[in-house]
Ligand binder design. Structure first.
Ligand SMILES: Nc1nc2c(c(=O)[nH]1)N[C@H]1C(S)=C(S)[C@@H](COP(=O)(O)OP(=O)(O)OC[C@H]3O[C@@H](n4cnc5c(=O)[nH]c(N)nc54)[C@H](O)[C@@H]3O)O[C@H]1N2
Ligand SMILES: Nc1nc2c(c(=O)[nH]1)N[C@H]1C(S)=C(S)[C@@H](COP(=O)(O)OP(=O)(O)OC[C@H]3O[C@@H](n4cnc5c(=O)[nH]c(N)nc54)[C@H](O)[C@@H]3O)O[C@H]1N2
Ligand SMILES: [Mo]
Length: 707
C-alpha cells in the first residue's frame, strides 16, 4: 500500500496552517494541523514558515496533547463551595459577565477603581488589550509576568542608553554569551546560531553548566558561580581600560561617568574576580584578549538568568557597559538599539500600540499608584505597570490603599517566591477571577473561572523580527465554550461598562487602529498564509542613534546614572553598576551550595506543560541537577530522593546527577505543585532596583532522604 504524505480528499483530512503557542515570545512557530471532523489529529512544522522552517521542538510536537488536555476548562464556572474547595458550577457566559460586573462595581464603590488589579502571566499577545481595559477602568494596577522577566533588562538599558539593545549576531566577530543556551530556550535562535559556527566567530560562554551550546560552539567556557556575572563584566572592562584597549574616542564623546567607572573597576583584577566568580584569572585574561582581538563583539541578550539575582539589574548594566567601553555599542556587529514594535516583540517598524493602550487613560490616578511603587520606585521610571512582588504586602496591609480584586489572565500562583503568601493574599480579596486554558491551582481558588482557547483555536496578529507581520489562522474553532482572550477582554469591557466603543467593537477594529498608517492592511494580512514583509520596516543603520544622542538625561551612555543619583539616598542605590554578592547571608556551613532555579528544560515551559503526559515523560518527577562531585561527597546516587533546603524550608525531589554542572551549585526547575522550588525562596530575597526575585542565587543544602 502506498502512503501519501498529503491526504487525499477522500480521507476527509484537511491540512490547515496555524501556529504553536505552547511557548511564546519570539517563537510562534508555523504549524500544519491535520484536521479531520473538526479535530486536530496530527501536527507538523510548516515547511516554508520563516520562523521554524518546517521544524518543531519537543513542545510543539506535543501541541495536540496540549490542546486536548483533560485539564482544559470547558465552560465558565462559578464557585459554590468555600474558597479553595474546588466546588464549582458550570454557568453561561451571560451569567459570568453578570457576576464579574457586580463584583467589580462593588469594589469600585468601596475602594475606588484602583482597588482592582488586572494581571497577565507569561502570555503576551493580548497584553495591549488588557492594558487598555485597565486604563479605561481607571486603575494603575495592571501587572504582568514581567515583574519577574525581561523588565529588569529594560531598566538596565533605560538607565545606560535609553533604549533596549540587542546583539547584531549576524555581523559580529566574537560573541560573548552570558547565560546563553538557546537550544533549550529558543530553538529557532539556536538554529540561526549554527550558521555562525561556519563563520569562525569566536565564542565565550559564561554559564555554570556545560550546555550543548558550549560544546557546539567550541567556546571558551567560563563556568562561573551563578550571579557573579557583574564582577566578570567589570573585570573585562578593567582589562580593556588598563591595557589601553578602550575606545577613548567614543568614550570622550558619548559616555557619561567614565572617570568614576574606571576608578571603580580597578578592584576587579582577574585575581580578585577569580575569588568572586570561581573563574580562573587565566581564563578571564584569555577572554579579554579574545574580545579585544575580535571586535566588534556582540553580547547575548538574556532576559532572565543575569537579572534573576539580588544584584541582577546592576550586573546587567555592567555587562552592557562593556560594549560601550570597547566601542561595540551601536556599531555593526556589536549591540544595536532595537525598540519594541508590538506586544513585546521588536520587528523593526512602528505600530500605534502605545497610543492604543493609553487612550482613555486617567492622567491622575489620585491616591493610587502602582503596586510595588513604595518598595521599588526606580522600576517605575521606566515601566508603566505594577511590580507583583509588592502585591501580597499591599493586600494584607491595605497601604497605601486597599486592593480587593484581581482578574488574572494565566495567573499561576507559583510564579513568584513564597506562593503561600500569594494564596494568603488571594484569600483576603473580595473577588478573584481567573482566565486560563486549564483548571490550575489558581483557578481552584477563584470565585469565577473563564475558559480561554489556545493558539490553534484563534486568529491573531503577530510581528516577527526582520520586519514581518502575520495574521495567524485558527485550525479549529474554540473547543467547548472557550474563547480567544481578546474576545473575553472585549466582553469584559462591556460587563465593566468602561465606555470604550473601540474595545467593545472587538479584535479586528482594534487592530486597524494599532496598524495605523502602515501600508500593509489587515485584509492583506488575513489573506496571506505566511508572515509578510512590512514595507515600512527599514534595516537600522548602525550609528544613527548615537548621532541623535541617547534618550538618557545627559544624552550619553550613562555609566554613572544621573537617574539613580537623583533618587533619595535612603534607598541606597548606586549610580555606578556596582557589584554585590547576590546570595543570601545564610551560614555557609549549613548551606554550602548555591541553588539556581528555572534554567530552561527543553520539554517544559514554566508551569504550563508539567501536566502534559507526553512532555512530562522526559522528566517524570521534579529533580535537582547536581554535580557528580557533590553527589559523591553526600553519598547521593542517581534517582535518590533528596531534601533540598534553604533557610526558608525544604522540598523533596529526585537527584539527577550530571557532569555538566559546576560543583557546589544545584539547578532546579520551577512550577511543580508537588515540589515547588519557589517555596524555599523567601520574597525578601530580591533585587532592590528591579524587584526581581533572586531565583538564581540562594544558599542551599542537600541531604539524602530514606524512602
Ligand atoms: N523559581 C523560579 N521561578 C520563576 C522563574 C525562574 O527562573 N525560577 N522564571 C520566571 C520567569 S522568567 C517567567 S517568564 C515566569 C513565567 O511564569 P508563568 O506566568 O507562571 O508562566 P506559565 O506557567 O507558562 O503560564 C501561566 C499560566 O498561563 C496559562 N496560559 C497559557 N496560555 C494561555 C492563554 O493563551 N491565555 C490565558 N488566559 N492563559 C494562558 C497557563 O495555563 C498557566 O496557568 O516564571 C517566573 N518564575
Ligand atoms: N524550553 C523552555 N524555553 C523557554 C522557557 C522555558 O521555561 N522552557 N522560558 C522562556 C522564558 S520566560 C525565558 S525568560 C527564557 C529564558 O531563557 P534563557 O535566557 O536562555 O535562560 P535559561 O534557559 O534560564 O538559562 C540559560 C543558561 O543560563 C545559565 N545560567 C543560570 N544562572 C546563571 C547565572 O547566574 N549566570 C550565567 N552566566 N548563566 C546562568 C543556565 O545554566 C542556562 O544554561 O526562555 C524562554 N524559553
Ligand atoms: Mo521569562
Amino acid at each position: 500500500m502506498s502512503v501519501s504524505k498529503i491526504p487525499t480528499p477522500e480521507s476527509g483530512i484537511e491540512i490547515r496552517q496555524t501556529f504553536c503557542g505552547v511557548c511564546c515570545s519570539q517563537m510562534y512557530c508555523g504549524v500544519d494541523a491535520y484536521v479531520k471532523d473538526g479535530k486536530i489529529i496530527k501536527v507538523e512544522g510548516t515547511a516554508d514558515h520563516p520562523q521554524n522552517k518546517g521544524k518543531l521542538c519537543v513542545k510543539g510536537n506535543a501541541l495536540k496533547d496540549y490542546v486536548y488536555s483533560p485539564n482544559r476548562i470547558k465552560t465558565p464556572l462559578k464557585r459554590v463551595g468555600p474558597r479553595g474547595s474546588g466546588q464549582f458550577e458550570a454557568i453561561s457566559w451571560e451569567e459570568a459577565w453578570e457576576i464579574l460586573g457586580k463584583n467589580c462595581k462593588e469594589i469600585r464603590k468601596n475602594y475606588g477603581p484602583e482597588g482592582l488589579t488586572f494581571f497577565v502571566g507569561y502570555e503576551k499577545w493580548f497584553r495591549p488589550f488588557l492594558h487598555r481595559l485597565a486604563n479605561a477602568w481607571g486603575t494603575p494596577n495592571y501587572a504582568t509576568e514581567s515583574s519577574t522577566c525581561a523588565s529588569s533588562v529594560k531598566i538596565a538599558w533605560g538607565l545606560n542608553a535609553g533604549i533596549q539593545g540587542r546583539p547584531d549576531t549576524k555581523n559580529c566577530k566574537s560573541y560573548l554569551g552570558f547565560s546563553f543556551n538557546q537550544y533549550y530556550s529558543r530553538f529557532t535562535e539556536g538554529l540561526n546560531m549554527d550558521t555562525l559556527f561556519d563563520r569562525d566567530v569566536k565564542f565565550i560562554i559564561i554559564d555554570p553548566r556545560e550546555t550543548p551550546t558550549v560544546r557546539r560552539s567550541n567556546a571558551l567556557h567560563l563556568q562561573n558561580i551563578p550571579g557573579t556575572d557583574g564582577a566578570i563584566a567589570l573585570c573585562l572592562c578593567h582589562q580593556f581600560i588598563q591595557n589601553g584597549w578602550a575606545d577613548m574616542d567614543y568614550i570622550d564623546k558619548h559616555v557619561h561617568g567614565f572617570a568614576e567607572f574606571a576608578e571603580y573597576v580597578k578592584e576587579f583584577t582577574p585575581e580578585h574576580t577569580e575569588e568572586i566568580s570561581g573563574v580562573s584569572a587565566a581564563d578571564l585574561v584569555k577572554a579579554a584578549n579574545i574580545l579585544a582581538e575580535n571586535r566588534p563583539f556582540a553580547i547575548h541578550e538574556s532576559v532572565s538568568p543575569i537579572v534573576h539575582h539580588r544584584n541582577g539589574m546592576q550586573n546587567y548594566r555592567a555587562m552592557t557597559a562593556l560594549s560601550a567601553i570597547a566601542g561595540c555599542y551601536d556599531v555593526e556587529g556589536g549591540t544595536l538599539p532595537r525598540p519594541v514594535t508590538y506586544a513585546t516583540q521588536a520587528a523593526g517598524f512602528t505600530t500605534l500600540e502605545a497610543a492604543f493602550m493609553n487612550a482613555g487613560r486617567k492622567e491622575d490616578f489620585s491616591k493610587a499608584h502602582y503596586i510595588g511603587y513604595d518598595e521599588f520606585p526606580l522600576r517605575h521610571t521606566f515601566l508603566d505597570e505594577g511590580q507583583m512582588m509588592g502585591f501580597h504586602r499591599q493586600v494584607m496591609e491595605g497601604t497605601p490603599y486597599p486592593i480587593a480584586g484581581l482578574i488574572g489572565f494565566g495567573h499561576n500562583i507559583r510564579i513568584m517566591p513564597d506562593p503561600d503568601a500569594m494564596v494568603e493574599a488571594i484569600k483576603k480579596l473580595d473577588f478573584y477571577c481567573v482566565v486560563d486554558l486549564f483548571q490550575t491551582e489558581a483557578a481552584d481558588l477563584a470565585d469565577l473561572v473563564l475558559p480561554a482557547c489556545t493558539s490553534v483555536e484563534r486568529d491573531e496578529f503577530k510581528v516577527y523580527s526582520g520586519g514581518m507581520a502575520h495574521y495567524t489562522k485558527r485550525a479549529i474553532d474554540p473547543i467547548y465554550e472557550s474563547k480567544p482572550d481578546v474576545e473575553i477582554i472585549s466582553e469584559m469591557a462591556k460587563a465593566l461598562e468602561v465606555n470604550d466603543p473601540l474595545l467593545y467593537a472587538g479584535y479586528d477594529a482594534c487592530l486597524e487602529s494599532i496598524l495605523g498608517n502602515l501600508s500593509v492592511t489587515l485584509d492583506q494580512l488575513k489573506s496571506s498564509r505566511l508572515p509578510v514583509p512590512v514595507p515600512e520596516a527599514k534595516p537600522y543603520i548602525p550609528g544613527t542613534y548615537t548621532a541623535q544622542g541617547y534618550k538618557t538625561p545627559t544624552g550619553k551612555f550613562e555609566l554613572w546614572s544621573t537617574i539613580i543619583d537623583q533618587l533619595p539616598k535612603s534607598l541606597n542605590l548606586d549610580p555606578l553598576p556596582t557589584y554585590r554578592d547576590s546570595c543570601d547571608n545564610a551560614d555557609p556551613e549549613k548551606y554550602p551550595l548555591v541553588l539556581f532555579t528555572g534554567s530552561s528544560l527543553p520539554h517544559a515551559l514554566h508551569s504550563r506543560t508539567h501536566h502534559i503526559a507526553s512532555l512530562r515523560q522526559f522528566r517524570k518527577e521534579p529533580a535537582a541537577d547536581i554535580s557528580l562531585v557533590d553527589a559523591e561527597a553526600l553519598g547521593i546516587a542517581q534517582d535518590d530522593t533528596i531534601g533540598l533546603y534553604t533557610t526558608a524550608g525544604e522540598i523533596i525531589v529526585k537527584a539527577n546527577l550530571t557532569p555538566t554542572i559546576r560543583p557546589g551549585t544545584v539547578s532546579m526547575y520551577h512550577g511543580y505543585k508537588e515540589a515547588d522550588v519557589n517555596t524555599i525562596i523567601p520574597m525578601s530575597h530580591c533585587d532592590p532596583y528591579s524587584g526581581f526575585p533572586g531565583y538564581k542565587s540562594i544558599r542551599c543544602g542537600m541531604r539524602r532522604v530514606e524512602e
